[in-house]
Design a protein around this ligand. Structure first.
Ligand SMILES: [Fe+2]
Length: 330
């Protein structure tokens, strides 16, 4: 595998991590679209989700991101509700508002793979936000699974996008990585470790034990943890639970943070979490990579995102011997 690199360096690199915006409106439904699982999802949107996930919160998010000016934005899945073709088009238009495709990275969630026929359509429409820096000869082409994991190298950081998006039975919201993707992930983690990159895995479902129920969990989370326990990773970013969380996954020499964010569009009705997103700043320190996570929360009174908290940790990865490794930035 060959990652494209250049000689540009940065002192720190800031990722804005958002997730689960559920930003689309299910429109253009045909009779066959409301059969099976989609009818349940549509009813859930009518009864609950359309008042919970609000466009005005996303407008405030865009305004805040314009002020905070992160180097890159990552979206860890569930951008749609029931994966209708028109929802993917709505999402693509919104992603372009977030930034240029080279500065915005996306992985799909379970809502983006609601039914099997939806998956290729979503990937086709969002593919420029999931383009890999990997040499095409190193990847298989032509199916949704083979497009993952992707690697995008930005500012000394290797963004590794993993897909857990698989159709599941009604009332389930599980995810699966699959053995082929896990095998490629292990190779990619080893190669990017040798390149001295700060490796950040983007994944929709949480991978730590106990973060969600079996009905909503990652089926092969144990296999994922075995891969990172062997090959290492510096940081895992996920969504899915609509809650803020900070857990760890075992890696050689310690543990790496696994950080989840609530939905970036949520009003927080009932017992739900109000919208938040994280700014994750990565910089090389004497001992390794240092991470500062700044959480910004939607304030419903002021109709804007405000500072909530900040936390700094040193990640377990070794300090890069080759700090000049960086990739083309938009
Ligand atoms: Fe989800």
């Amino acid at each position: 595998m060959n990652a494209r690199t250049s000689a540009r360096t940065t002192e720190s690199f800031t990722l804005a991590h958002l997730s689960d915006p559920h930003l689309s409106t299910p429109t253009g439904m045909r009779a066959r679209d409301v059969m099976g699982k989609r009818i349940l999802g549509y009813l859930s949107w009518r009864l609950h989700r359309r008042t919970e996930h609000r466009g005005e919160v996303l407008d405030a998010l865009l305004a805040d991101l314009a002020e905070q000016r992160p180097d890159h934005v990552v979206v860890t899945g569930d951008l749609t509700h029931i994966g209708l073709p028109d929802e993917y088009r709505q999402v693509r238009a919104w992603l372009h508002k977030l930034g240029a495709p080279s500065s915005v990275s996306v992985v799909p969630g379970n809502h983006d793979a609601y039914v099997r026929s939806a998956i290729p359509r979503s990937l086709d429409l969002w593919s420029e936000f999931m383009d890999s820096d990997l040499d095409a000869s190193c990847r298989s082409e032509g199916s949704s699974d083979d497009a993952f994991p992707y690697l995008r190298v930005r500012g000394g950081v290797g963004l590794i996008g993993v897909s857990t998006a698989r159709p599941s039975l009604p009332f389930l919201a599980t995810g699966t990585i699959g053995p082929d993707q896990l095998r490629r992930l292990a190779l990619l983690l080893a190669e990017t470790r040798e390149a001295g990159l700060c490796r950040v895995i983007l994944i929709h479902h949480p991978t730590s034990r106990g973060e969600t129920s079996a009905r909503k969990g990652l089926v092969d989370s144990g296999e994922f943890r075995a891969v990172v326990a062997r090959e290492g990773v510096e940081l895992v970013l996920h969504g899915h639970t609509h809650r803020a969380s900070w857990t760890t996954v075992p890696v050689p020499g310690g543990t790496a943070p696994s950080i989840g964010v609530p939905s970036s569009s949520a009003m927080g009705n009932g017992r739900g979490w109000r919208a938040r997103y994280n700014l994750c700043s990565l910089r090389q320190a004497a001992e390794g990579w240092e991470l500062t996570v700044t959480t910004r929360r939607f304030d419903g009174h002021e109709d804007r995102f405000v500072h909530e908290s900040e936390r700094t940790v040193v990640l377990p990865g070794r300090r890069s011997e080759r700090p000049a490794l960086t990739a083309p930035v938009a």
